[in-house]
Design a protein around this ligand. Structure first.
Ligand code: 5GP
Length: 126
């Protein structure tokens, strides 16, 4: 499977420091920052620092250290926005859009952490 990565995508530019972001968390292999157009009161994007386009690309090519760090970063962000149900909070939703049908706008893997209000049904039929 070939994955073409665009080095000029907006998240690559954020990672290079060419564009600012409202940083929430940085780890060895991940960066989390607030979405520029938040859909919920808390809307944070978590991205790996490596050049991966989608979740399946990351799963196929990333090192174990990158995968562990990224997964833990997503969990940490959910706790940081004070949404983790295990802490008696109201919960959150994770979304990772991929490709055309997934309506992926930015071709660098990202997980949306959405929280801060009831989120309704996951998806509408059709
Ligand atoms: P996608 O549709 O690819 O899953 O989501 C891309 C997300 O990136 C959108 O929610 C959009 O608001 C966000 N986004 C696009 N450009 C920027 C930017 O320059 N900075 C930040 N923080 N978020 C962005």
């Amino acid at each position: 499977m070939a994955y073409a990565y665009d080095n000029e995508n907006i998240f690559a530019r954020i990672l290079r420091g060419e564009i600012p972001c409202d940083k929430v968390l940085e780890t060895d292999h991940a960066l989390a920052f607030r979405d520029i157009a938040p859909k919920t009161p808390d809307h944070v994007l978590v991205i790996p620092k490596g050049a991966y386009v989608t979740w399946d690309h990351f799963a196929a090519k990333a090192s174990d250290a990158e995968v562990a760090d990224f997964v833990r970063a997503v969990g940490k962000v959910a706790q940081m926005v004070d949404a983790a149900p295990g802490d008696g909070k109201n919960g959150y939703r994770l979304i990772s859009n991929a490709g055309t049908d997934g309506v992926q706008e930015v071709p660098h893997l990202h997980v949306h952490v959405l929280a801060g209000r009831p989120l309704g049904w996951m998806i509408r039929p059709g």
